[in-house]
Design a protein. Sequence first.
Length: 277
Amino acid sequence: MENLEELLVLGCGHATVTKCYNTCFAILDREREEAFLVDAGGGNGILRALREAGLPITRIHHFFITHSHTDHVLGAVWIIRDIGSKMRDGSYEGDLHIYCHAVLEQTVRALCMLTLQKKLLDFFGRRILFHRVEDGTCHQILGWRIHFFDILSTKERQYAFWMELLSGRRLIFFGDEPCHPDRKALMEDADWALCEAFCLYGERDRFRPYKKHHSTVLDACAFAEEARVKNLVLWHTEDTHIGEASGPGRVVRYLEEGRRAYHGSLYIPEDLERIAL
Ligand SMILES: [Zn+2]
């Protein structure tokens, strides 16, 4: 059977990467030709990523923002700016639905208020609509029921989600921190898990992931193995091995380490990669 959904990776890097974009992605509903956008990276690069991916912004009506860190939320201003402009000139049909927690809504509104023209802000509450996300909130988005949950971050309030794909397979996305032990049950037996891995375990002394509440490829893989996850996608990584002159590169290095601990299908995507779900 042909896959009905596709994961479009718009960025695979952590906050300060320069060789790729910050981690953000879209889940494409191929039947509706619509996308559910999750985070937008740290700036105008989101517009470039969408263009290079061949995803017109007019196909995005549902947008979830996980938390208020720069590498996730500042691109939201650009999404709102571009969609607002298209609403004005008549080239964007329908409304933009933004899903986030209450405090984050205030942050996004404030950022927009400070940086966007009033004629765009006029769409707030009329065609740019916020939907509150709390722990256990479920929203119908395109063809899916999306179940949002608090990842229990101690750094900054952050939400993630799980969903049932049209095939019946279950996908879970964990945001940009390792799965909290109290959330492990959500991960168990997932068909797809989308998780962060900051760097190789073998390079933990160089990148110090634990200090930043991040984990390594080996850690994330061991956790997924224990939870019997079938397909694991790792991102939000460092970028020093991307395009390196000496050495096999990020993907090969990460796959090699990950496969020591994990026996399901492991994906280390690069920017603009598409994965059939
Ligand atoms: Zn991040």
